[in-house]
Design a protein around this ligand. Structure first.
Ligand code: NAD
Length: 280
């Protein structure tokens, strides 16, 4: 037992607060990494169409011996597939690649407000179809700013269950997190370790020494205490096990505040208001 809490979503379903991310894991390494994660107690996998490794995620799940309902799987819509018909075809391909007749959570990966005539609302309405027919148990968004979400609230019917955004000690995202909190949208913190950049920070290092945990464990625990959902990535077996070993300690309120105070508004990834990349 790992003691991973479940988070209640606004549609009554739950999501494990902790999981495994597979961004930038090459397809030929994905099945092994996901297998190690599942053997270590992870029960939530975060992939995306643009990661090109959904098939290998599916293989690892099927080979794991864990029943499909026991594993929470998220995928995300390709930036090239925002038009409704493209989104429908892309979603079919996701289910085929995963070898499953549903995903637990399906997200619009990026709002791409400067593409598709700024229309992410009809893309969202297409995700609503997947939600209504039960093939997406929950639907949400990723990299959406409050003003993007407000449009969905005004112009669509199903409110997003989650918003997956970049969050780590150097980008604490207080405004977007507060907005999501007010609107019952679960926050998923991507790049929870700032892709490793925050791990040499002296404040984090001092807390790690005092608590007898590693800097990565301290940062992951900070996210858990703040209530965000996380899925750190690693291909190294020792780190995969280290990252889930955070449910036997707590940080004091003071330590949580000290880490939150490290905020520099520093993104490791693109700005959602200007990002416009579409894969070839
Ligand atoms: P991360 O913050 O999880 O950092 C991963 C890197 O940190 C690893 O490559 C490794 O170098 C290092 N690391 C991991 N564990 C460590 C440990 N115990 N000790 C020392 N170093 C360690 O970054 P990420 O992969 O960008 O983010 C995690 C997941 O978030 C992704 O795999 C993906 O699922 C998701 N994500 C989503 C988006 C989005 O646009 N929605 C963007 C990026 C990432």
């Amino acid at each position: 037992m790992t003691g991973i809490p479940d988070i209640l979503l606004n549609n009554g379903r739950t999501i494990p607060q902790f999981g495994f991310g597979v961004f930038q894991i090459p397809p030929d390494e994905t099945a092994r990494a996901v297998t190690t994660a599942l053997q270590s107690g992870y029960r939530h996998i975060d992939t995306a169409q643009m990661y090109r490794n959904e098939q290998e995620v599916g293989e690892a799940i099927r080979g794991s011996g864990v029943d499909r309902p026991g594993i929470f799987v998220t995928s995300k819509l390709d930036n090239a597939s925002h038009r409704p018909d493209d989104a429908r075809r892309a979603f079919d391909r996701t289910l085929g690649a995963l070898g499953s007749d549903y995903v637990d959570l399906f997200l619009i990966h990026w709002p791409l407000p400067t593409r598709y005539d700024g229309d992410y609302v009809s893309t969202w309405r297409t995700l609503e179809e997947f939600y209504r027919d039960g093939r997406a148990r929950s639907i949400g968004v990723s990299n959406f700013q409050p003003h993007h979400i407000r449009r969905l609230h005004e112009e669509a019917e199903v409110p997003p269950a989650a918003n997956q955004i970049e969050v780590h000690p150097y980008l604490t995202q207080s405004e977007v997190r507060a907005f999501c909190g007010q609107h019952l949208i679960a926050v998923e913190a991507w790049s929870p370790l700032g892709r490793g950049r925050v791990l040499g920070d002296p404040t984090i290092d001092a807390i790690a020494r005092r608590t007898g945990k590693s800097p990565a464990q301290v940062v992951l625990r900070w996210h858990i205490e703040r209530g965000d959902i996380i899925f750190p990535k690693s291909v190294t077996s020792g780190r995969i096990r280290e990252n889930i070993d955070i449910f036997d300690f707590e940080l004091s309120g003071e330590d949580v505040e000290a880490i939150t105070a490290l905020d520099r508004g520093e993104r490791t990834g693109p700005d959602p208001d200007t990002f416009d990349w579409i894969p070839a």
